[in-house]
Design a protein around this ligand. Structure first.
Ligand code: 6R9
Length: 685
């Protein structure tokens, strides 16, 4: 086992300093002699004498690297014969072919074999102080019961099960049960509306849904079963809905519904055996679909497969956070997002970690919730979102200082750029200035973290608000967006962030739409995977993400396509344009410009409220506009495209920065002047 050498980290503390004030310390004498202790399988790599050399090899000889890691870190029923068979220009990605394994065996059985009584899950329930622990043995039993239950009700290998549940042990067991019997899962975030859920169920062609009677979040009861009832009305494929009980309140059950377990009298689940034969899966069989927003109105179901995904989630979890055996890992993401999949469920469980399932909110019952939890559960790594950090920062240091955070070793951030002020507060106040803060950049598409300050030498510098260094096997490049699509090879430059070579964790396709997969990710820059983000590479070669280059906005770390919001149809509206604007807590807020149909006579304030309600109902609350501005017309190019860049400047009141308006269809710029003078409705607090 690698023993951390206990060196103190060096940080660049000065505000907004983008310059690295210390020299590079990539290859130190210490790391040269303990590469094998750092990563045991690296002992077989000839001539690799330091971590920098190990990283070099992972990129220059990625096949050897991934082959060694896959053999060492996964349990296979049959070993793979081909490490990779990828062609980025065709969107073809295959890893570890010939290999057979079962993901749930890798996450559960092998740990039950060595340490059955180790805690796998700590469920930090919404009700503070009522956490529940589940050992690996218990989680395996629960998973087997759900697996048998699903099998008995006809769920087969290759089917897709939709899971609409809050973050809770049964949701994790349901995901793992799907993996156990060879079904794919499709977890839909429990904050999505009935319409959004229905769209995802239909696209995934699920015939089985798993849900709970009611959810509980921030002290409020959420009617999840009712939402499922509404959703499945428009989903003819759905044959059965399993309903677990999160609260004691009964809900109306229909002929389609099966009570999964009940609080007092464990029903269906207890009938099942605690042994469930794992399906032997091919490396490239589907593990799950996860829907995410793109720049069109239709969310895309990204497909992740078995071995490559699990390996990448496990390796990044181990090395980015410096996770060690016995640590308690606290990722507060919801399981409905990729962060929940990779760093609440698969990565930590593959590594035999104790992982926290956080069901509540950062400010319930008060803004000390996270840090009280850190103290109570003795969390060693805390992984959260910048939006929550910014919110908590505003409540003041006292909520943090009240609690003992001495167990913390690493702090992580994900989902959106973390501004320097939030980064420094996280580092200085939450981490007492002694924990590395890792700003981790990645996406649903990448499966796991691709750029993060760690792993690197323990004393290598970390620049506030920068993701900095590519992970093992990751080769980021920047490409000129404006003129030529040319590779930008120098430092101190910005461009479209692309990946020049495949890695095992990347998504394999978009469910039922491989063509869209190719068009979105591989056609913009042939031969490269295009992330959709822009990035800056510093003088020192470190990466900083500058934001999306497409029409996707990021509200509190949740991706939403502007087109999805614009597509919510209201009979009174002729057209609309949605843009993101800078929001001090959420990162970005939603601003909608709306043009009404001629002759419509409604009070704008009423219509604003109505539109807002419609977006909540069709998509989710977080997507509903903060501002709605009614306009006579929208600025367009002569070819009829809405000039969002102009709208953004109007919202920012930056009339100097309007840029080139030569393509505007209204040479007098009357429309822009009008927009500026208009009143808008502030809708959300
Ligand atoms: C993991 C996750 C992905 C998009 C991504 C980017 C933004 C994520 C970030 C970040 C700046 C970071 N993003 N991490 N931007 N710094 N550390 O969030 O996946 O929901 O698919 O969102 O989020 O724009 O493209 P996902």
């Amino acid at each position: 086992m690698w023993l951390p050498c206990g060196c103190t980290s060096k940080y660049v503390a000065s505000s907004f300093a983008r310059r690295i004030l210390a020299s590079h310390l990539h290859v130190s004498g210490r790391s040269r002699c303990n590469v094998a202790a750092f990563m045991p399988e690296a002992a077989g790599f000839e001539g690799v004498s330091g971590r920098a050399a190990l990283r070099e090899l992972s990129v220059s000889n990625s096949e050897s690297f991934w082959a060694a890691v896959a053999r060492h870190r996964l349990s296979w029923s049959i070993p793979f014969h081909t490490v990779q068979d990828c062609d980025l220009s065709r969107g073809k990605i295959k890893w570890f072919e010939g290999g057979k394994l079962n993901v749930s065996v890798n996450c559960l059985d092998r740990h039950v074999h060595t340490c059955p009584e180790r805690v796998a899950l700590i469920w930090e329930r919404d009700e503070r102080g009522s956490e529940m622990k589940y050992t690996y043995r218990e989680l395996l039993e629960m998973t087997c019961r759900v697996g048998n239950l699903l099998r008995r009700h006809g769920v087969k290998r290759g089917d897709c099960v939709t899971i609409y549940m809050p973050t809770c042990p049964l949701a994790v067991a349901s995901m793992l049960a799907c993996a156990r019997i060879g079904a794919a899962h499709n977890v839909v975030f429990a904050g999505f509306s009935a319409d959004a859920l229905a769209e995802r169920i239909r696209d995934a062609q699920s015939s089985t849904v798993i849900t709970v009677n009611q959810g509980v979040r921030g002290g409020k009861v959420i009617e999840l079963k009712k939402t499922v009832d509404t959703a499945v009305e428009s989903c003819p494929t759905v044959k059965q809905v399993f309903v677990a009980m999160r609260t004691d309140n009964p809900v109306t059950m229909t002929a389609r519904d099966i009570a999964m377990e009940e609080v007092r009298e464990q029903k269906e689940m207890l009938k099942e055996d605690v042994v469930c034969e794992p399906a032997v899966m091919n490396s490239e069989d589907v593990l799950f679909l996860l829907y995410t927003s793109g720049s069109t109105g239709k969310p895309k179901g990204l497909v992740h497969t078995q071995a490559g995904y699990l390996l990448y989630a496990a390796l990044t979890h181990r090395y980015v956070f410096s996770y060690h055996d016995g640590d308690v890992f606290g990722c507060v993401a919801d399981i409905g997002w990729i962060t929940g999949h990779s760093y609440v469920v698969y990565g930590p469980l593959a590594n035999g970690a104790t992982t926290v399932l956080f069901e509540s909110t950062p400010i319930y019952p008060d803004p000390g919730r996270y840090w009280d939890m850190v103290e109570r559960l003795k969390i060693n790594q805390f992984y959260g979102a910048p939006t929550a950090i910014r919110l908590l920062l505003k409540y003041g240091d006292q909520w943090v200082n009240k609690y003992d955070r001495s167990t913390l070793k690493t702090l992580g951030s994900v989902g959106e750029p973390i501004n320097t002020e939030a980064w420094e507060w996280y580092h200085r106040v939450v981490g007492d200035g002694r924990c590395p803060v890792v700003d981790t950049w990645w996406q649903t598409e990448t499966g796991g973290i691709c750029i993060a300050p760690r792993p690197s030498d323990p004393d290598a510098e970390i620049v506030p608000g920068m993701a900095m260094r590519p992970f093992f096997g990751i080769k980021p490049v920047l490409i000129d967006t404006e003129v030529s699509g040319e590779l930008l090879t120098s430092n101190n430059t910005s461009g479209a962030l692309c990946m020049a070579q495949p890695w095992p964790g990347m998504a394999r396709t978009i469910h039922n739409n491989h063509q869209r997969f190719i068009e979105t990710y591989f056609q913009p820059y042939p031969g490269y995977f295009f992330t959709g983000d822009g990035a800056y590479r510093s003088e020192e070669g470190y990466y900083q993400i500058t934001g999306r280059l497409d029409d996707v906005i990021n509200v509190s770390g949740h991706r939403i396509g502007t087109a999805e919001i614009e597509d919510v149809v209201c009979p009174a509206v002729a057209e609309s344009a949605v843009i993101g604007y800078t929001h001090s807590i959420k990162g970005q807020g939603v601003y909608a410009f709306v043009v009404l149909k001629k002759g419509i006579d409604v009070k704008e304030a009423d219509l604003s409220r109505q539109l807002n309600g419609m977006v909540s109902e069709k998509i989710a609350k977080y997507a509903s506009p903060d501002f709605i501005q009614f306009a006579q017309r929208l600025p367009k190019t002569r070819s009829g495209k809405i000039m969002r860049r102009v709208l953004r400047k109007v919202v920012e009141s930056d009339l100097e920065g309007l840029g080139d308006l030569s393509t505007l269809d209204d040479p007098s710029h009357k429309c822009i002047k009008y927009l500026q003078s208009c009143f808008c409705f502030y809708l959300k607090m």
